[in-house]
Design a protein around this ligand. Structure first.
Ligand SMILES: *Cc1c(COP(=O)(O)O)cnc(C)c1O
Ligand code: SF4
Length: 447
């Protein structure tokens, strides 16, 4: 299958676009200036149900929607486009709206970067003891872009936010010096946009380094959802499969962390064949997704998705709470709803689907699970729990927050029982005071 990409400049050539009204097409042009917009022929021809595109999860996942911008931002951009404003003026408005969607100032990303021999490893993040994240510079794009993605500063030309890492040698040296690291997690963008040749250079170097404490290589990818032909008909697909097999055969666990947002992404022959091929290499596939209003905010969507995943040999892994950047007012699900959706789905699947954890917020101090809402002496509280912590000793200690029906993120919550702050906060400040970490340094994401 030939990969055909569509973006702002050619999406009107998609035949199915004739189903949209002029106004709906204009909305895409307006919002697509600000949010990342890229899709492809697999998504368009095999995933989207064009008879009901307005509510179709795959359509909303890739095509910018009017509601994703604040009304005043939408109006501003629409007015400029209608009156044929010049590029400079439009670019200035784009920058301003983007800054409003993602207010984290540039430059902060440099602060939590590990060092080897005094040299910064720009494409590496090491936050939790066991796992080093690696952002190969050639993997900083995707086969299509999720409209909810908060990594778009990496894709859309805001260069000072860009992660890049060319030398695997430094990463290997770093891992060797850190015996606590058991996992290297390749992330992006999407590392599976890399050619077999480049991915092979990285993976072979890791295999050859033969680091005794390194046990797993994880690859976070949305390719099974957006371009399963990566494993079937792309010209280096056989090399990719051979490479996965080589990793497994070397004794390392290859964990493919697949990003699926909806069970419709599991329904095509292409994705099912691609899954079979990947599993045939000895790799395991674990799945994760954020919980997204307008796409999957429904317990039944999740339980169906987990069941289908297990049927296909995948292991449900994480449900994330959508973070507070990007088009968050469009995608956000409150913490109470998130917990209810998780519970509805979790209780209705068999134990073998209950490998999934969540709903979880990837916040600066760690991954915080909303375990639930409970009542103590007639008063409601949130029960929270670290699944991962900047300090591992925080993991597995339940803690309480005041009930707040409007809370959507950890920083909306107040400690329960009149406490000044949560149990971890003092230590968190101490751990981060030297490195000036802010919330944005947590770049863990959905795929
Ligand atoms: C989620 C995450 C990991 C991996 O955590 P696991 O619970 O082991 O999957 C590693 N690093 C960062 C920064 C993360 O957010
Ligand atoms: S969420 Fe993942 S797959 Fe989607 S655009 Fe962002 S990095 Fe790419």
């Amino acid at each position: 299958m030939n990969y055909k990409v569509y973006s702002l400049h050619n999406f009107k050539t998609i035949p199915q676009i004739s189903k949209l009204t002029e106004e709906q097409i204009f909305d895409i042009e307006v919002v697509g200036r600000v949010l990342p917009f890229k899709t492809n022929n697999y998504v368009v021809d095999e995933l989207i149900d064009w008879d009901k595109f307005e509510t179709d999860p795959a359509f909303i996942l890739n095509f910018p929607q009017k509601g994703m911008l604040k009304p005043e931002s939408y109006d501003k951009m629409a007015t400029l486009l209608r009156r044929g404003a010049d590029k400079k003026e439009i670019d200035a408005a784009i920058a301003e709206i983007r800054l409003d969607l993602n207010p984290h100032p540039a430059g902060q990303l440099e602060h939590n970067v590990p060092e080897v021999n005094g040299q910064k490893l720009i494409g590496v993040q090491h936050k939790y003891n066991e796992t080093a994240l690696f952002f190969p510079s050639q993997g900083q794009t995707c086969h299509a872009y999720c409209t909810f993605c908060f990594r778009w500063p990496q894709f859309s030309g805001m260069d000072d936010l860009k992660f890049a890492m060319k030398e695997i040698d430094l990463l290997i040296q770093y891992v060797k010096e850190h015996p606590e690291i058991t996992d290297i997690l390749f992330t992006g963008g999407d590392p599976m946009v890399m050619s077999a040749k480049i991915l092979g250079a990285y993976l072979n170097a890791i295999i050859d380094a033969d680091i005794p404490h390194l046990k797993s290589i994880r690859i976070g990818s949305k390719t099974l959802g957006f371009w399963p032909y990566r494993y079937l008909t792309d010209k280096d697909s056989d090399e990719i499969i051979a490479l996965f097999k080589k990793v497994s055969d070397s004794g390392l666990h290859l964990a493919f962390m697949a990003h699926f947002n909806h069970h419709i992404e599991l329904g095509t022959k292409a994705v099912q064949d691609a899954i079979k091929r990947i599993l045939s290499t000895g790799a395991h596939i674990r799945t994760q997704s954020p919980l997204l209003n307008n796409i999957n905010a429904d317990g039944e969507v999740w339980s169906t998705m987990w069941r289908k995943q297990v049927d296909l040999g995948l292991i449900p892994y994480y449900m994330f709470i959508a973070r507070d950047t990007g088009a968050q007012q469009y995608f956000k699900v409150g913490l109470e709803d998130a917990w209810n959706i998780f519970r509805q789905a979790y209780k209705s699947v068999s134990g073998i689907c209950r490998t999934v954890r969540g709903p979880s917020m990837s916040a600066a101090p760690g991954k915080v699970q909303v375990s639930g809402i409970t009542e103590i002496e007639g008063k409601k509280y949130y029960v929270l729990n670290f699944i991962q912590g900047r300090n591992e000793d925080w993991v597995g200690l339940p803690f309480f927050a005041e009930y707040d029906p409007n809370a959507v993120w950890l920083d909306d919550l107040k400690p329960a029982f009149g406490a000044e702050e949560f149990f971890y906060e003092e230590e968190y400040r101490r751990l981060t005071s030297k490195t000036k970490i802010n919330d944005y340094d947590d770049i863990e994401k959905a795929s």
